[in-house]
Design a protein around this ligand. Structure first.
Ligand SMILES: [Zn+2]
Length: 170
């Protein structure tokens, strides 16, 4: 399981989409989903590729919103370094924070929190002794990992402040 930190969705933003033919040819950029969708359908009427005829052109949203993905195990020390309480009984790590508040927490954590010593990679056999199952590998993290991720998260917080958006994770 993993956690993605990013900016909350801005419902007023005009979304942009890139259309491409199933043969890989770039068709162009379109503003707004309904415009992109009708162009994709129109392409399906004139294209010779069977997938385009069936489903229309490929539609990919273009986004410049920064995001950071970490495993749940690596999200805990990041959130803890920022002083956010984490319910260890709750497997879903979901939350949001005011971006200015988070930026202040990040700067304090980078200045004061001890450097992440990292963790070792663990390998063990799952299952019980009379019915051994697969070898399980729990990857560790390198020393300083949390600080590296806090600097990435700082970029997201600054981005969110400029757009008056919250930082969300989940
Ligand atoms: Zn096509």
């Amino acid at each position: 399981m993993s956690v993605t930190f990013t900016a909350e969705i801005d419902p007023t933003a005009v979304r942009s989409f890139r259309l491409s033919c199933e043969d890989g040819t770039d068709i162009g950029l379109y503003s707004g989903y309904s415009n992109a969708y009708s162009e994709a359908a129109a392409h399906g009427l004139v294209c010779l590729h069977s997938l385009c005829q069936q489903y229309g052109a490929d539609i990919d949203e273009i986004t410049d919103v920064p995001s950071m993905n970490v495993t749940n195990a690596n999200a805990y020390p990041i959130l803890a370094a920022l002083g956010y309480t984490v319910d260890l009984e709750e497997p879903e790590l979901i939350g949001d924070a005011d971006a200015s508040d988070m930026l202040a927490r990040i700067d304090i954590a980078l200045a004061l929190a001890p450097v992440d010593p990292g963790t070792d990679t663990l390998e063990y056999q799952d299952g019980d002794t009379d019915r051994p199952a697969a070898i399980v590998t729990e990857y560790g993290r390198p020393a300083g990992y949390t600080q590296t991720k806090l600097r990435e998260l700082r970029t997201i917080a600054v981005y969110c402040i400029s757009g008056s958006r919250k930082v969300v994770w989940g």
